[in-house]
Every structure is written in structure tokens, then in C-alpha cells.
Design a protein around this ligand. Structure first.
Ligand SMILES: NC(=O)c1ccc[n+]([C@@H]2O[C@H](COP(=O)([O-])OP(=O)(O)OC[C@H]3O[C@@H](n4cnc5c(N)ncnc54)[C@H](OP(=O)(O)O)[C@@H]3O)[C@@H](O)[C@H]2O)c1
Length: 223
């Protein structure tokens, strides 16, 4: 059972995830690229209840780490700091926020695979990238699970997927396991799933219809 998460990035999506997790009863550490003092006021006003830290301190005692930094900053994430951690990759290659990255465009791997290769000691799970930051609060439904909005989850490690499944459920969304990390391609920026909003049944259909071979699932949770 999750008790504490860290969120790296206190921009639009990071603060929305932090608030949603706090509302769900989780303890939340937040950090940006600088000191705890730099973000103390943001944390107090925008994510009240979250503890402001440096990234190093934020992740130290967290059960999982949500990485909500622009993709063009992924190399500034210290792999040693995230060694052994479950990392939730919410990043996209979305020009408006992330810039147009030749390095990513020219790489045949999907964005989460590139991130996972950089964070080679972490267990990377992709989700929460295909929902607008404002919708994280608008569409969350805790308590009743009937017909609530679904979020796709892709990851290679069963334990990490289970932890992220719990997070998605607790913040008020229906977790739908899509397959290994490479399958995250089907809900990357620019895909129909990225632009859509689906309940669990619709999400399963959208995943099945997506034109990517889904390898044998590494884990299929309760959802
Ligand atoms: N906006 C959305 O609705 C949305 C939804 C889902 C996914 N996404 C994706 O999520 C990512 C973040 O988007 P955003 O709109 O939230 O960006 P944003 O508002 O620009 O915020 C980025 C945050 O990342 C921090 N940061 C940068 N490098 C860092 C590092 N090494 N360690 C810790 N924090 C660091 C920045 O802090 P400093 O000021 O200290 O650099 C800033 O707080 C993007 O890839 C985006 O495509 C966005």
C-alpha cells in the first residue's frame, strides 16, 4: 500500500498530481530543479500539505516518484538518485511544452523507452501523460468507480505496475493495463488515446484497436 509519493516538477501537471494525491490521503514530497526554499511558497499555496524538498530529499523516502518535468529536461534527472525507484513517466514529446527534440524524433524507441534507458536502474511506468493537468482534478472520481475516466498504464515490471495502478485508482481514475513499456506508444502525444477521454471499456477497445502489436502482458491486474 502506498503511503508517500514524490513529484518532481511543480509545473502544471506536477502540482495537479500532487494535489490529487494529497486529496487521496497520500503524503507528498514535491521538488523542482533547485532548492526547497525556491518552491516553498508554490508548495504552500498551490499544493498545500505537500512537503517542499530538493529532488534528492524528495525521492529518498517515497514509495514512487512521479516525473513531471518537460521531456527536454529528462537528462537532468540523476539516474543514481532514482536507482531502484518506481518512476511514473508522465512526459510527452509535445512541442509546446517540451520543444521539438530531434534526438527523440530520430530515435526509433518510444519516449518512455528513452527515459527508461536513461534511468536504467529505475522501474519506469508510463501513465498520466494522456490527460490534461486541469482534468486530473475535474475528472477524478474517488469512491464510485462506475464509468469513471480510465487511464492507460504501460510498464515492464509487475510490482511497479501494481503500485502505479494503486496510485491511479486512489487519485480517482480507472487503471487499464496496456502492456509493456513499449506499448506506451499507443497513448503517446498525438495518438487517438492521447486526445480522447474513455471509460475502462472504451479504453480497452481503443488499446485493442491501436495499430501496435501488444506483446504478452507481463501482468494483468484486477482491472
Ligand atoms: N500540461 C499538461 O496538461 C500535461 C499533462 C500530462 C503530461 N504533460 C507532460 O508533463 C511534462 C511536464 O509538463 P508541465 O506542463 O507540467 O511543465 P511545466 O509547467 O513547464 O513544469 C515543469 C516543471 O519541471 C521542473 N523541472 C525541470 N527539470 C527538473 C528536474 N531535473 N528535477 C525536478 N524538477 C524539474 C520545473 O522546475 P524548474 O523551474 O526548477 O526548472 C517545473 O517545475 C511534459 O513532458 C508534458 O508534455 C503535461
Amino acid at each position: 500500500m502506498l503511503t508517500k509519493i514524490a513529484v518532481l516538477g511543480v509545473g502544471r501537471v506536477g502540482t495537479a498530481v500532487a494535489r490529487a494525491a494529497l486529496d487521496a490521503g497520500l503524503a507528498v514530497n514535491v521538488a523542482a530543479s533547485g532548492s526547497a526554499e525556491d518552491i516553498a511558497l508554490i508548495a504552500e499555496i498551490i499544493t498545500p500539505g505537500a512537503a517542499a524538498h530538493t529532488a534528492q530529499d524528495a525521492v529518498a523516502d517515497a514509495d514512487l516518484v512521479v516525473v513531471a518535468v518537460p521531456l527536454n529536461k529528462y537528462r537532468t534527472l540523476d539516474p543514481a538518485m532514482l536507482e531502484g525507484k518506481i518512476v511514473v513517466d508522465v512526459m510527452n514529446h509535445w512541442a509546446e511544452v517540451d520543444g521539438s527534440l530531434a534526438e527523440v524524433s530520430e530515435d526509433p524507441r518510444r519516449t518512455s523507452e528513452i527515459v527508461a534507458a536513461h534511468l536504467s536502474g529505475s522501474r519506469v511506468v508510463k501513465t498520466l501523460n494522456h490527460i490534461g493537468y486541469h482534468e486530473i482534478e475535474d475528472d477524478a472520481r474517488r469512491g464510485s468507480t462506475d464509468g469513471r475516466r480510465a487511464l492507460a498504464i504501460a510498464g515492464d515490471d509487475a510490482e511497479a505496475v501494481a503500485a502505479v495502478t494503486e496510485l491511479v485508482d486512489r487519485i480517482g481514475f480507472e487503471p487499464v493495463f496496456a502492456g509493456p513499456l513499449a506499448v506506451g506508444a499507443v497513448f503517446e502525444a498525438g495518438t487517438p488515446i492521447f486526445f480522447g477521454s474513455f471509460d475502462a471499456e472504451e479504453m480497452r477497445r481503443a488499446l485493442a484497436d491501436a495499430d501496435v502489436a501488444v506483446p504478452e502482458a507481463v501482468v494483468v491486474g484486477a482491472h
